[in-house]
Design a protein. Structure first.
Length: 103
């Protein structure tokens, strides 16, 4: 089913939803509402704290940045716990180059 006004079809919305659901393994989703909302044809996640709406089509980096740095409504303790989970995830399998050691 196609429309001439540029609105998305049910099939294309299902594709977008399945891509986003796949990404919900990330801990960041704990800070967003379960249901995505459609804003001007785009699926967006809603922050549980400030109600801000963010794109998820290309992954969760904007969601992580919002919780880690930008959300003014999140409690400091909650933000710190989130940041700790991100640091643990980054440290797994990450190899750091130390210029001093290589000399």
């Amino acid at each position: 089913m196609s429309t001439s006004d540029g609105s998305e079809t049910a099939d294309s919305m299902d594709e977008d939803t399945s891509q986003v659901l796949h990404a919900r393994r990330s801990k960041v989703w704990e800070h967003y509402e379960k249901e995505l909302v459609v804003v001007e044809g785009d699926l967006k996640a809603v922050c549980k704290y400030c109600r801000g709406k963010f794109h998820t089509k290309f992954g969760t980096s904007s969601l992580r940045t919002h919780i880690a740095e930008d959300c003014r409504s999140i409690e400091d303790a909650c933000r710190k716990r989130f940041l700790l989970t991100m640091k643990k995830k980054q440290s797994k399998g990450l190899v750091m180059f130390d210029e001093k050691v290589s000399r």
